[in-house]
Ligand binder design. Structure first.
Ligand SMILES: [Zn+2]
Length: 200
């Protein structure tokens, strides 16, 4: 697997001289398996640049994108309206995230409703499917096996373990509460994760 960080910040984008090294965008990570199959973790403002790189990159089209959301705080979803491939009717975008008290599609649409944004989620030209995952979910998403575990964080939030090509990685952003004494589901999720950096 190959990993590229397009957004590393929490809460709010932080452009400026002091954040040049890792960039000022909020959470977004590109993961590729050995065949180049794409899975995106979180849709913070870094998603805009990832989308631009897909559009300019000359990679395989039409775009087929799986996007996993850890949770729905702004810094993890604000890139969605600015993801250029979502404006291409040939794009297929499958979004999954933690089950909430209302459907994920309804909640994601709220931030793009008039008067907050000029284009509604349902007006985006891409074919968009939205589904929910739960603590303990274990399913094949594209070429990745994806397991989910609850994060201690306000509102439903999930950590993900991805497995492909005999490697595994765990994405557990925003995790909290390490000292409460309660068992933290992220620990068994991350147990035995194996990452081997390929020699060039
Ligand atoms: Zn959060």
């Amino acid at each position: 697997m190959k990993v590229r960080f397009w957004g590393t910040r929490g809460s709010i984008p932080t452009p400026g001289a002091s954040t040049v090294r890792y960039g000022g965008n909020t959470a977004c990570v590109e993961v590729r398996d050995s065949t180049g199959s794409l899975l995106i973790l979180d849709a913070g403002t870094g998603l805009r640049e990832l989308g631009a790189s897909l559009m300019n990159g000359g990679g395989p089209r039409p775009f087929s994108v799986d996007l996993l959301l850890s949770h729905l705080h702004w810094d993890h979803i604000q890139g969605i309206p600015f993801f250029r491939p979502a404006y291409d009717p040939k794009t297929s975008l499958r979004i999954k995230g933690p089950k909430q008290s209302r459907t994920m599609r309804e909640l994601l649409g709220l931030g793009m409703d008039d008067p907050f944004f000029p284009v509604d989620l349902d007006e985006l030209p891409a074919r968009i499917e939205v589904a929910e995952l739960d603590d303990g979910s274990d399913e094949q998403i594209g070429r990745f096996r994806v397991r989910a575990a609850s994060l201690y964080h306000p509102s439903p939030a999930l950590a993900y373990r991805l497995e492909a090509d005999g490697q595994s990685l765990v994405y557990a952003t925003d995790t909290e509460d390490p000292f409460s004494g309660r068992p933290n589901p992220v620990i068994p999720l991350a147990m035995g994760a194996v990452w081997r950096r390929r020699r060039r």
